[in-house]
Design a protein around this ligand. Structure first.
Ligand code: ATP
Ligand code: MG
Length: 395
């Protein structure tokens, strides 16, 4: 039969983009090509009538290809399919062969045909195609019966002008928009559960990613940084290779501890992180910042604290997790594969000088007064200049 795997990839939301549709589809096909190239070399990706057709050498594991394609943002669903000539005899024959395989592999007993003609010039209308193919299957596969309510196999027949396709599964992708269609953001990446998920969510909407990570070496260990790199690599399997800037925050933390009220330490540190990230973002063409902050999760994420943190920068700050519950964030982390790495117990720079009673309702004037005791501009400039940049490649 077919010497190649064929996958029909549906673009979901990408298809809604009106005039931009061809651009989004082109970007999506390009992303699929890029991702597949990491693991396979004998494959082909083509756009056709609002769908993307992926063909790959039959030698490759079908599931492995599906797994890669489903990681591409913008993919709504994938169906491994069989291709036939666009006439009812050929479709019927292919359908019988397809069903016989399913009887053998899965022991199916009932089916229903759902036919659709994309080619409106095809001489037979969709319901009639369904009836004809269904009748052919009943004759060709004696053990099968039709069940229109709860079939073991719902067989889709997609009749197109040049070729037709038969499939049963629609494997869901993540949806979203193709990477590179929505600007570039600087994500503040810690070793925790939240920030990798936040980064993933923005990338899912088409945003390219650059990252910044702060440590307090030697108070935080080399191993803690390696953990963040591991997390970044997992995120990169979705959003491709990106740069991560690594900065030692300790000189700033020491200045804060020596000169400012203890309960303000956390919020002051966070404002520095944001300002440093903003400068690096400006230098690297990022239009916004991304954090994993979540309303009310910790002292530095109360409504009041977020307002004071926000006031430190001009750049918009994206907080995609702001209203999510922690259990849902954890589920998402498991789904995308970052959870197990995130929960490894390593110290974070935020916990190094944790005050006993952090201010949960900080006042901006008080915080500004504390900052006036520091040479903020110089501390920030030195931190930005001291950064080390790591190239993060997918695992
Ligand atoms: P996470 O699970 O993302 O670490 P968290 O609940 O521990 O979140 P915080 O430590 O208060 O929250 O940090 C809030 C956000 O600030 C993080 O989601 C991340 O975006 C950023 N952040 C925290 N620590 C660092 C760090 N060491 N380097 C870069 N960004 C950080
Ligand atoms: Mg953290």
């Amino acid at each position: 039969m077919n010497q190649e795997h064929i996958f029909i990839v549906r673009c979901g939301e990408v298809a809604l983009k009106g005039m931009n549709k061809p651009y989004f589809e082109r970007m999506l096909a390009e992303r699929i090509r890029k991702l597949l190239k990491r693991k396979f070399d004998r494959f082909d990706v083509k756009r056709h009538e609002g769908l993307i057709f992926v063909r790959a050498d039959k030698e490759y594991d079908k599931e492995a290809i599906i797994k890669e394609i489903s990681k591409v943002f913008g993919v709504a669903s994938i169906s491994p399919a069989v291709e036939t000539e666009s006439n009812l005899d050929a479709i019927g024959e292919a359908a019988i062969e397809y069903m016989n395989e399913l009887i053998e592999e899965k022991g199916i007993k009932t089916f229903k045909v759902n036919a659709k003609r994309a080619d409106k010039n095809f001489p037979v209308k969709s319901p009639e195609i369904g009836r004809i193919i269904g009748a052919k299957i009943l004759i060709g596969c004696k053990v099968l019966k039709v069940d229109v309510h709860n079939p073991d196999c719902l067989l889709f027949v997609d009749v197109r002008h040049d070729k037709s396709y038969i499939y049963q599964d629609k494997i869901a992708g993540f949806g979203g928009l193709p990477l590179g269609t929505n600007g570039k953001g600087m994500t503040l990446l810690s070793g925790g559960i939240d920030s990798p998920v936040a980064t993933w969510m923005m990338a899912k909407r088409g945003m390219l990613i650059e990252a910044i990570h702060f440590h307090s070496y030697p108070y935080t260990s080399q191993r803690a940084q390696e953990k963040v790199e591991e997390l970044a690599k997992i995120v990169a399997t979705y959003c491709g290779r990106f740069k991560m800037h690594v900065i030692n925050l300790l000189p700033i933390q020491e200045q804060i501890v020596q000169n400012c009220p203890e309960e303000e330490t956390t919020i002051l540190v966070r404002r520095f992180m944001m300002r440093i990230a903003e400068q690096v973002a400006c230098e690297t063409g990022c239009g916004m910042l991304i954090t994993g902050e979540n309303l009310g999760q910790v002292a530095s994420q109360t409504a009041e604290a977020l307002v004071v943190t926000d006031a430190s920068v001009q750049m918009p700050v994206m907080r995609p997790l702001i209203a999510m519950d922690k259990v849902d964030i954890m589920d998402k982390a498991r789904e995308i594969g970052t959870y197990e790495t995130s929960i490894q117990p390593y110290e974070d720079c935020c916990t190094v000088f944790l005050p006993k009673h952090p201010a949960t309702k900080p006042k901006l004037e008080r915080i500004l007064a504390s900052e006036s005791k520091l040479d903020c501009d110089k501390l920030i400039a030195d931190a930005v200049a001291s950064r080390e940049t790591i190239d993060i490649k997918p695992e």
